[in-house]
Design a binder for this molecule. Structure first.
Ligand code: ADP
Ligand code: TRP
Length: 331
């Protein structure tokens, strides 16, 4: 059963996020905003990957809370559950069986080359089998729903390549089964810098959390590291993380003024940080309020996720059934 990308069908788009920490600006611009932009014109699948989070979060209460919070994050930022399928990964247990079917065509070398695994072990996350086979579970997550596109930040690029590799191997071994998806990585927001200029990441403790209250938000923005160039001296906007962050929030005319100040001298980091704080605060204040309302009504959030899981499961069961047939588990 060949699946041609040229067929006139609505694009199916899928992405997931781990409920393992506070949503930050890197997550928002790298993954969430592109996903929300697809909502109007695509068949959108969005999920919270709690099984993946278990590789690093082994505190049940934290995982439970994190899962509800992650769901509230998405809903507060504008995900409309009536226009997408939104669920929690573990509510579709078919993903675990597919992980096994995929793991038998996954070469060890492919997983051994994964940077994410090596980085996590270097950061003292225990090198468990789960952590090692994380990309196979992610491949199952994706292939189960046969999406065309998977929007992610740059750090997930290799995992998408692994997914494609596994899908191709499975199709070659057992016959056409999975659509081979493409990653979608936006050039402008592939890597959002953190407070220290490295990639913004929960694991580097350098994030600006979207739902921080005003006081914490101000503190974080004021902690953005800048160099010691005096105000009057010209500065290079391309190497300044404050400038990169401002560009995400400031309107074009404001950014043109800031660019002038950088190039000709006169850019005062303190004032620019204050501007950035105000812009971020204004942008997310309504979502912050909405998130609190959702957290005050967790049963509503659970209901939304349960409905989404039913729909996701329908699709997942069809794909798993096909994969089972292909490998000979149906006799
Ligand atoms: P973290 O690195 O903070 O643990 P996650 O791994 O949970 O973030 O990432 C969730 C999504 O957000 C992924 O699609 C990831 O690529 C994207 N993302 C995370 N950090 C950034 C960043 N600094 N810039 C762009 N995208 C990012
Ligand atoms: N590994 C991704 C991350 O850490 C999360 C993830 C799991 C995911 N399954 C996915 C992302 C499927 C996209 C599609 O960010």
């Amino acid at each position: 059963m060949a699946r041609k990308r040229s067929e006139k069908i609505m694009q199916r788009i899928l992405s997931g996020i781990q409920p393992s920490g506070k949503l930050h600006i890197g997550n928002y611009f790298g993954m969430m905003k592109p996903m929300l932009a697809h909502m109007a014109s695509s068949e959108l699948y969005v999920f919270i990957v709690d099984l993946h989070a278990l590789t690093s979060v082994q505190d049940p209460e934290r995982l439970r809370r994190g899962t509800l919070e992650a769901a509230a994050d998405f809903l507060a930022l504008g995900l409309d559950p009536d226009r997408c399928i939104f669920w929690v990964q573990s509510d579709v247990p078919e993903v675990c069986e597919l992980t096994w079917l995929l793991s038998i065509v996954t070469p060890m070398g492919l997983l051994e080359r994964c940077h994410s695994y090596k980085d996590k072990v270097a950061k003292s996350i225990p090198a468990s089998h789960g952590l090692f086979s994380y990309p196979v579970l992610m491949a199952a997550d994706i292939l189960l729903y046969q999406p065309h596109l998977v929007p992610v930040g740059k750090d997930q690029k290799q995992h998408i390549e692994v997914t494609r590799d596994i899908a191709i191997r499975f199709n070659n071994t057992f016959g056409e089964t999975f659509l081979v998806p493409d990653g979608e990585i936006s050039e402008n927001t592939a890597v959002i810098p953190g407070l220290d200029g490295q990639k913004m990441s929960k694991s580097y403790d350098n994030t600006i959390p979207i739902f921080a209250d005003e006081k914490e938000l101000r503190k974080k923005v004021m902690a953005i590291q800048t160099d010691a160039t005096p105000v009057e001296a010209p500065k290079n906007p391309d190497t300044c993380n404050l400038y990169t962050l401002l560009k995400l929030f400031a309107p074009e005319d404001k950014m043109a003024e800031v660019h002038e100040l950088y190039v000709n001298g006169g850019a005062a980091y303190g004032y620019l940080k204050q501007d950035l704080f105000e812009l971020i605060n204004a942008r997310f204040a309504p979502a912050r309020k909405r998130k609190q309302e959702l957290l005050d009504n967790p049963d509503y959030v659970r209901q939304v996720l349960a409905k989404g899981a039913d729909k996701a499961r329908e699709k997942a069961m069809k794909t798993l059934q096909l994969a089972r047939e292909r490998v000979g588990l149906k006799y």
